[in-house]
Each structure stands twice: as structure tokens, then as C-alpha cells.
Design a protein around this ligand. Sequence first.
Ligand code: NAI
Length: 391
Amino acid sequence: MNLNNMTKAGVIGAGTMGTGIAQIASTNGHSVTLYDVSPDQLKRSKESLEKILNRQIEKGRMSPKEVKDILQRIHFTNNLSDCADCEFVIEAIVEDLSIKKELFRNLESIVSESSILASNTSSLSIASISSVLKFPERFLGVHFFNPAPLMKLVEIIPGISTSDKATEITKNFIRNWQKVTVTAKDTPGFIVNRVARPFYGEALRIYEEGIADAATIDWAMKELGGFRMGPFELMDLIGHDVNYKVTESVFKEFYYDPRFKPSFTQKRMVEAGRLGKKTGLGFYDYRNGSKNPEPNNDNVLGEKIFSRILSMLINEAADAVFMNIASVKDVDLAMVNGVNYPKGLLAWGDEIGLSHVLDSMSALQVEYREDRYRPNPLLKQKVRNGKNFHD
Ligand code: NAI
């Protein structure tokens, strides 16, 4: 196995993620086979790529020749056998375990024994998908973020059966696509979708307690915290259906740990069809001419909100290290490059003082007596020993 720029790449599923991944692979010089069951979807994928790439010409970022070459290197097909000569194949089809298993069963009978097979799954375990493979050692998770061509981060997830060799080759291969890779254990939410949960969950909790409205919480996180978007704006953008589903799945997969408990407020929004920007109504009103409430710019209240959410995020980041999900470096890289956080959470904790974070968590735990607020043991150890995460 030696993957380089001449490698033929296969992308399965020409939806949002598959189309973006095919664009990246082709832009980096690979010839790409992009397969989908639906000919209509292949047509839409091609049209959307043409539109995106033509915009690059208009902006002077690419020449017409470059764009023509990128498009020509992608072979759109609804015949899976066209992936036969692909040495690296990544799947980005519907998030359904039995459908993914069926696909990999078929795919393995088509590609060579030495090719690497990957899944872009967000919520299924790599172990469960790999169970259908004859050679599971060449299979792993390669998790891109939306929009794939713009987001720098790719989480690499070796499963229980993945060989070190396949992991190393894949990391180098993806790094050649100018991506930042981090390695995560095959556990629910990997790094980003696990560590980011309190950004939404604690914001919703503060809202439900009536401490502040959505506009004020968003203002606190942006103005005082430096986040690009507030939690409510971001949930409206992602779509409450999608965001709630991730929270619910992480909660269930963690055997109902109260740290990840979903919110009734968000559930009701989903049930009512208030899915956010895409339906015109979420926490904010996006319909023409609508007015949204102004935040309460009270600095004391804002600091309280920001400090509570940030402490929860740092506590969660500490847990990912404590449970050996990823290294300190990778947890910080993941949040900066996968969800555009202004700083790595553990570096942020070091900066504001880990004892401050621990005090904040302990105060919440004393106040609420809920397991949700338990301070992470690694955070406690660091404070006890006078250490930082980045020592
Ligand atoms: P999508 O719904 O936009 O695209 C899925 C595509 O798969 C569709 O074009 C559909 O026709 C095709 N498809 C369905 N069954 C198929 C089969 N048996 N064989 C071939 N093609 C098939 O979905 P999206 O959002 O691109 O997600 C794809 C995968 O990527 C999922 O596993 C999802 O969890 C994951 N993911 C999604 C992210 C997102 O923000 N949308 C982010 C990271 C991962």
C-alpha cells in the first residue's frame, strides 16, 4: 500500500459530503470515481460542483483550465464496479448501519485486497461497520466536517480491527489534501461531536432556567467569548433536527450520562417543525421583515453565562483526554479546525487557570447536585499538582 497523488480515489454517495470530498480529492490531483445509487443525485452533484468551481474562476482563485481539469478528473457513475481500480474508497452515504454494511460487503468484492476503505460516518461505530468485512484491518473512519472543502479538520478513527499501517497511510494521504488530521478512539461523537455538546446543551439549560434569552446568551459567547457564532444562531443554522439527533445519539450511546442530556426545548422545536434557518423559524425569525429581540448587554450576566459554558466545554475536553479518546494536542486542534473555536479548549483552560475552571464546576455541582456538573478527575489532578494541560 502506497497512496500518493496518482492514487485513484473512490467516493461513495454524491450528497453534501461526498460531493465535497470528491472536489477535494480531484483538486489534489487524483482521478475520482464518484458513485451514487441515484442518477438524479449524480446530476445535482455535478451541477453544484460546476457552480462552486465557476465561482472560483469569477473570484480569480482558479483558472478556467484548472476548473476544467478538476471536473474532468471526476467520473460520475451509478455503477459500483467502476470503483474496482480505486486504492482509497471513502463512503458518505445515508447514516444507516444496515445500508452501510450492505455497501461495504459489495464494495469489498469489487476492490483489490490492498485498497483502503473508509467511512465518513458521524455517529455509527467503526467496529460495527467493519464487522461485515473479510479484511477489516484496512477499514477505518475518516470524518470530514461540513463544508468539507473549507473545513480543515479530518478525524481519523481506527477501529478495533484497523491495522497501524492502514491508519498511518491514511493520515499521510489526507494530510496531502492540506487537511489537519487528528486521531480519535472509536467512541460516540469521536472528538468534536462529543466535546462540543455543552456549547449547545449548557446554553439550552441556561435558557430553560430563564437566566437569559437566546439573544443574550449568543451575545455573551460572541462578544465576551470570541466565538464566531452563538449557540442558538449555530443551532438554527445546523438545523434543530440534525443538532438534536446528534445530541440524542451521543446521550444514548453514552448509556444516558446526564452530561449529554438533550433538552425538551429543542425537542419541541423539532416536533413543531421550527428547524431553524431552513424553515424560516428557529430561535430567531428569518422571515422577511421580521424583527428579533436585542440582547441584554449586561456584562456581569454575560460573564456568568460565558464562564459557565466555557467551564463545561473545558471539563468535557479534559474528559476526552482522561478517557484516552485523543491527545491534548489533538483535542485542541480538533475544536479550532473542526468548529472554528477561537482557542483550543485545554489551552484556554491553562490560560484562564485550571483552578478557576474547577471552582466553577464545583460551584455548579454544589448548587445543582447533578452528576452533569461533576468535575473531571484529570482536571482535579492537574489543579492538585499545580500542572497545566500543555506543560
Ligand atoms: P446526503 O443525504 O446529502 O447524501 C447521501 C447520499 O448517499 C445521497 O446522494 C444518496 O442518494 C446516497 N445513497 C444513499 N444510499 C446509497 C447507497 N446504498 N449507495 C450509494 N449511494 C447511496 O448525506 P450527507 O449529509 O452527505 O451525509 C453522508 C454521510 O456523511 C453520513 O454518514 C453522515 O453522517 C456523514 N456526515 C455528514 C455531515 C454533514 O454535516 N452533513 C458531516 C460529517 C459526516
